[in-house]
Every structure is written in C-alpha cells, then in structure tokens.
Design a protein around this ligand. Sequence first.
Ligand code: KG4
Ligand code: ZN
Length: 352
Amino acid sequence: MLVFHLLLIIFEEVNTKPLILSIESSCDDTSVAILKGRKVLSNIVSTQKVHKDFGGVVPELASRAHQKNIVPTVDVAVKTAGIKLAELDAIAFTVGPGLLGSLLVGVSFAKSMALGLGIPLITVNHMEAHILAHFIDSDKQAPSFPFICLTVSGGHTQLVEVKSPYQFEIHGETIDDAAGEAFDKIAKIMGLPYPGGPVLDKLAQDGNPLAFKFSLPKVGNYDYSFSGLKTSVLYFLQKEMKLNSAFIEENKNDLCASVQKAILDVLFVKLDLLVEELGIKQIAVAGGVSANSGLRSRLETKRKVGWSVYLPDFEYCTDNAAMIGIGGYYKFLKQDFAEISIAAQARLKITK
Ligand code: KG4
Ligand code: ZN
C-alpha cells in the first residue's frame, strides 16, 4: 500500500508538475521561463532597445536581436531557476501569432533544444497564453470557467469567452488597429518616446480626462476600431499646433488623459454589452494594455455592479515566457505534443 502511495506521488510529480522551459519571441521581447507545474521558477525578459529610435518595432532588427539574445536569456533562466537541463520534461514555445522572423528564432531554438535533450515539444498560441497567464501560480484567485476576457495588446484587441483552458470563442475583435497600437501611434503623434502606451498612461495620471473630447467609432456587433480615433487626434493636433506651436507641450497631461479616456470608452462599451448578453460576470483582462492604470481602476469600479474582476500581475501583462509556460503546462497535461516538423504561423487564430 505504501509503495502504491509513493508511486502515485511520483506519478503526480512527473505528470502534473512537469518541469517546462518556455520561449517567447513573437515580437520584440526575448523571454525564457522555467515552470514547475504552474509555479514560476524563473521568468527572464530581455527587452530590445534597438527599436526606440524608430518609434516602433522594426521586424528585421527584432529577428536579429532575438538571435543575439536567445542563448544568454536561456542561460540566465536556467541558472535563476537552479535546475539542470537534464531535468526538463518539455520545451514550450510561441508558435504564433507574431512577426514571422521573430517567431522563427524561438521555434528553431526550441526544436534544437528538444531534439538535443530528447524531450517533447509543445506549441503555444501567444493570445491564448496571454489569457492563461491568469492561472500562473499566485496568491490571487484565478477566474472560473466560463469567463469573459478582454485581450488588449499591441497587435490584438479581442473579446473572448473562455470556456476551458482549451476552448476559446472570439465574440469581437478590432477591424483595424489594436488598442495598444492606438496608444503607441497617438503617443508618437504627440512626440512621446516609444513604447508610447506606458508613457501616455503615466502622463494621463496628472491630466483631466474631460479636457478634450474625441468622437468615438461606430462599429457593428462586438467589434472594435481605433484607426478613426487616431486620425481625429492627428487632425485636432495639427489644427491646434497651427494656432499655437506649444499646444501639445502645454496640454500634455490633459491630452493624454483625454485620449486614454476615449480608448477606454471604446473598450468598455462593447465589454459592457457582452457581459449583459452572456450573463457572465467573471471578467478578466489580458495583454500588454492590461497594465494600464486607467483600465485597471475602471475595472475595479465594476466590482460594485457585481463583476468579479481578474487583473494579471504586472510582470505577466506584457509579453513574457511564463505565460507560454502555463500554456505549455495545460497541453502537457493532455500530452498534446508537436511534431518536429511544426512551423511558425504569423497569423495563427485561437482555438475554438
Ligand atoms: O502584449 P504586449 O506586451 O505585446 C504584444 O503582444 O503586442 O503588448 C504591448 C502593448 C504596447 O502597445 C504597449 O504600448 C501597451 O501594450 N502597453 C500599455 C501599457 N503598458 C503596455 N498601454 C497602455 N498603458 C500601459 N500602461
Ligand atoms: Zn502579447
């Protein structure tokens, strides 16, 4: 009986608490994490600085920087976690969506490592990983299924009904720019440094959100649009700068607060509608823009109307490999491994 019990414990350790090395390289962050089950042992993010001078990510430079960073980032992740490569049970990596040249670096590295160590390879969808970041071991409670997730990043804006760790239904998404892209592009128009989202957020905190009013888009169903807002801010600023060349400088905080309010108004109109239609009150946010302070405080107020709100920890909001590790963990539980011939997919959709 005791032997049986011990075998069961060993079985659980190996099968439900796999040691997974995960790699994220879909855009401009090279990140490597080690997870034991859902627990993060290390999560190293090497952010590329080369894009700063260009005001946006330059794909060619991003792939080159991933090539340089990947080996040192793996080394630091392994050392920080205090593990030996021979102990790893699987390698998980971002298979898409993302910049193809960037993805290729992670995919090739993950394949070589899995082959070299003789362990399984697991593909993870970047957008699913942003959502599953809520299940990374933490003191906070995770949402229960089904829940609605507003996924807002630099490349995507989606309203997703999450039915299980393996089943996602998109109810709406942006038809042009993503919310993060809107933050970044408007910040660029205002002459703010890249990446503009966090800078705009910081300046907005000392501004009046009602100082300037921008017209909001009208798009059907649960879809979003942000390119019209960007253009209306551009025209407004061009007009004002003709009258007063110091207009942006003199109104920086109020402009940022008003732009942030407009973006959040757009996001919340559709989120409110979907919550009403589905009758689901478990609400989560995911993706880089979930670090936005205005978004977080607006969600907090929704607790008063009965929403259970789930915000990822800051380090798991923007791109990181721990979220790829948690995606890999769920696939490992189902022994859902990839063929070695698997290829990166720049336009990968999330799983229905
Ligand atoms: O998820 P993420 O790290 O990368 C993508 O997959 O796109 O998201 C990056 C996006 C950028 O557009 C960045 O400006 C935005 O998230 N972002 C923010 C904030 N922090 C990051 N936007 C607004 N406020 C923030 N505090
Ligand atoms: Zn992302």
